[in-house]
Design a protein around this ligand. Structure first.
Ligand code: SF4
Length: 318
């Protein structure tokens, strides 16, 4: 047992050892780029504590270093995230720079920001390059969504999806992917993804005539703002208890850190976006993207901590 800020849970590393699991990299196929913590929302579950007051954003020099790195590698997927990446003033340069460097490019955005005024040029850039959009919509009602993401977010999110649908996003046959991310509004794990996707699809079509491509159902990671929210309610121990008791050894095969590397706004590398929240650099080493000749080598170590239980509970977080 260890002491994780007062929580007695078996260390994640120990659990891996007990199951004879070696968590190391395979072939790194995905470059995730976090362009900064600036966001127009202050969502309760945000492990990076992004928000309107954050000043940590990727500058142009770092962006060029990231584009060069992507050009030196042969990633299958490039995944742009934040904060709200659309709020980074240099975002179009990044999108233009990486659009042709991977078969699949993903833009994770905040619906209320991407569809607000002044984003027409960026939306056209995404559309014309066939870049997939992944956006959060935690629930099918205003009460639950707004309590997690802020006042009027639900209403504005539906308007945004309508606008994206009009551009062809999420519409069958266009090849323009619009994926929805749903996450629980409280201290519990998400329900089964398939059923959730079917329900979202049926309700969104019937009530509002809206469409999307896929739904991903993610558990909240007990870090950052969500961790504090749990602590305030005295629910951190029980939440960790659910994650630990849901540990599924098979889920460790598919955790994203085996195939993904994340570059943070300052150009330093991590095994995933969650590790950014606790300053846990890639494999435990502080390496800048400009120092990397290529993708991390297969077999290289992955830095883990107890929040990794989020990725291995139930079917996992891949
Ligand atoms: S939190 Fe990150 S490092 Fe840990 S298992 Fe999940 S993806 Fe891997």
């Amino acid at each position: 047992m260890n002491d994780n800020d007062g929580i007695a849970i078996p260390p994640f590393r120990q659990t891996l050892d007990d199951h004879d699991i070696e968590l190391v990299r395979g072939r790194t196929t995905t470059l995730q780029i976090n362009v900064g913590l600036l966001c127009n929302q202050t969502c309760l579950h945000c492990h990076l504590e992004a928000g309107p007051g954050r000043r940590e954003i990727m500058d142009l020099d770092t962006m060029e270093a990231v584009i060069d790195y992507a050009g030196r590698c042969d990633f299958d997927i490039i995944d742009i995230t934040g904060g709200a990446p659309e709020m980074n003033p240099h975002i179009t340069r990044l999108v233009e720079g990486v659009a042709s460097l991977a078969a699949r490019v993903i833009f994770r955005c905040n619906l209320t920001s991407i569809a607000g005024g002044g984003r027409e040029g960026l939306l056209e850039l995404l559309r014309s390059n066939g870049i997939a959009i992944i956006a959060s919509l935690p629930a099918l009602n205003a009460k639950q969504t707004d309590s997690q993401r802020g006042e009027h977010v639900f209403e504005k999110s539906l308007e945004a999806i309508e606008r994206l649908n009009r551009l062809g996003y999420g519409e069958p046959g266009t090849g323009l992917e619009l994926d929805i991310v749903s996450n629980p509004a409280g201290a519990f794990l998400p329900p089964a993804q398939k059923e959730m996707e079917e329900r979202f699809r049926e309700v969104m079509q019937r009530k509002w005539g809206l469409h999307f491509s896929n739904l991903f159902n993610f558990a909240n990671v007990p870090l950052g703002r969500f961790r504090r929210w749990l602590e305030k309610r005295g629910a951190l121990d029980s939440y960790y208890g659910k994650l630990v008791s849901g540990f599924n050894p098979c889920a460790t095969d598919g955790v994203m850190c085996r195939t993904l590397v994340t570059v943070d706004w300052d150009g330093y590398l991590y095994d995933c976006d969650f590790n950014i929240a606790v300053g846990l650099h890639m494999g435990g080493e502080r390496v800048h993207v400009s120092e990397m000749a290529g993708p991390p080598e297969p077999g290289s170590p992955i830095a883990t901590a107890d929040h990794c239980y989020t990725c291995t509970a139930g079917v996992g977080f891949t």
